[in-house]
Design a protein around this ligand. Structure first.
Ligand SMILES: C[S@@+](CC[C@H](N)C(=O)[O-])C[C@H]1O[C@@H](n2cnc3c(N)ncnc32)[C@H](O)[C@@H]1O
Length: 295
C-alpha cells in the first residue's frame, strides 16, 4: 500500500516536471499566488534569524529555493528532492538564473545519506504531506532533526486533514464541489505535530494562508460558480493579498459594523451565511521548531 502510494507520488511529480520544467506551476495545483505567501514567510524567518546553512527539503524544481537564495545571499542553500526530473529542472533553472549560494542534490532522505552536513534551518514546503504514511513522516522528521546544528530550526508548511475537511464542509454548504485530495498525499494530523513536539521545542505555529483559502476556495469559487466561469488563479482575488484581505473583511463584516478577524468568527453567534464560513479551513499551517540538542 505504502509502496504504491510512493510510486504514485513519484509519478505525479515526474509528470509535473515534464509538463512545467522550471515554471512555478510545477509545484502547486496551478495556484502560483499561494506560493508567494509561503516564500514571504520563509524569507521573514531567514531575515529574523541568522542561518548560514539552509536545507530546502523537497525543493522540487527549485523555484522557491532560488528565489529565497537570491534574497538571502548571506546563507548557503542546499535543495534536495527525491525526484530526478525535478532536480534536473532545478539545475537547468539554476544555470539560467544563477544564485551563487545554492546547490541541488537528488536523494531520498530515508534511504541515501550522502552527506553529514548540518544545517541552521531546514524547511519543508508541502513536502511532508507527500510522504506516504504518518510513520514515514515521523521517521523523516527524526532524520531531519539529526541534520540540525545545535539550536537549529525546522520549519514546515503543510496542509492538514482537518483543515481540508472543514474547507470541504463549508464548500458543500455553499453548493460547491469538495476539493479532491490527491491519492498520493497523506495530509498532516495532530499526531505528527505531537511527534515533532516530543523531539523539539515549538517556537511558533501560524496559519498564514487560511484567509487566502477562505477568499479563493470559498468566496472566489462561489463567485466563479455564480458567473459560470472556470477557476482562474490569475483572477484578481487570488492575485493580490491586499485584494484578498479586502474581500475577506467585507464578507465577514458583521451587521454591528465591527470588523472581526475571521479566526474569531467561530466564537460569534452566526446566521446561516456566516455559518457557512465560520469554520473555514485552517490550511497549510506552518510550525517552527528549535532543536533541543546542545553541543
Ligand atoms: C509540493 S512539492 C514541493 C514544493 C516545493 N517545496 C516548493 O516550495 O516549490 C513536493 C516535493 O516533495 C518531494 N518529495 C517527496 N518525498 C520526498 C523525500 N522522501 N525526499 C525528498 N523529497 C521528497 C517530491 O518529489 C516533490 O518534488
Amino acid at each position: 500500500m505504502s509502496i504504491v502510494k510512493k510510486e504514485k507520488m513519484l509519478t505525479f511529480w515526474s509528470e509535473r516536471a515534464r509538463l512545467y520544467a522550471g515554471d512555478p506551476r510545477a509545484n502547486t495545483g496551478g495556484d502560483i499566488w499561494l506560493r508567494e505567501i509561503e516564500i514571504a514567510y520563509v524569507d521573514k524567518i531567514l531575515k529574523d534569524n541568522f542561518c548560514p546553512d539552509v536545507l530546502d527539503f523537497g525543493c522540487a524544481n527549485g523555484y522557491s529555493t532560488s528565489r529565497l537564495a537570491k534574497l538571502n545571499l548571506q546563507s548557503r542553500f542546499t535543495g534536495i528532492d527525491i525526484n530526478w526530473e525535478m532536480i534536473e529542472a532545478a539545475k537547468i533553472n539554476s544555470e539560467q538564473n544563477a544564485a551563487p549560494n545554492l546547490e541541488y542534490r537528488r536523494y531520498d532522505i530515508l534511504q541515501d545519506d550522502p552527506t553529514t552536513e548540518k544545517y541552521d534551518l531546514i524547511y519543508a514546503i508541502r513536502t511532508f504531506q507527500n510522504i506516504e504514511s504518518l510513520e514515514m513522516q515521523k521517521m523523516v522528521l527524526d532524520r531531519l532533526c539529526d541534520r540540525l546544528k545545535p539550536n537549529g530550526m525546522l520549519l514546515y508548511i503543510e496542509s492538514y486533514l482537518d483543515g481540508y475537511r472543514r474547507l470541504n464542509e463549508d464548500r458543500e454548504k455553499m453548493g460547491l464541489r469538495p476539493l479532491p485530495i490527491h491519492e498520493h498525499l497523506t495530509l498532516l494530523t495532530d499526531e505528527f505535530d505531537n511527534h515533532a513536539r516530543s523531539k523539539m521545542k515549538l517556537m511558533r505555529r501560524d496559519s498564514l494562508s487560511s484567509s487566502y483559502y477562505l477568499a479563493t476556495r470559498l468566496l472566489y469559487a462561489y463567485i466563479a460558480k455564480m458567473n459560470n466561469e472556470p477557476i482562474d488563479y490569475n483572477h484578481p482575488i487570488p492575485k493580490t493579498r491586499r485584494c484578498t484581505r479586502r474581500v475577506t473583511e467585507r464578507v465577514v463584516n458583521p451587521p454591528d459594523g465591527q470588523i472581526h478577524h475571521p479566526n474569531r468568527f467561530a466564537r460569534q453567534p452566526s446566521d446561516h451565511r456566516k455559518q457557512a464560513i465560520k469554520s473555514y479551513a485552517i490550511d497549510t499551517p506552518e510550525a517552527l521548531f528549535r532543536s533541543l540538542k546542545r553541543g
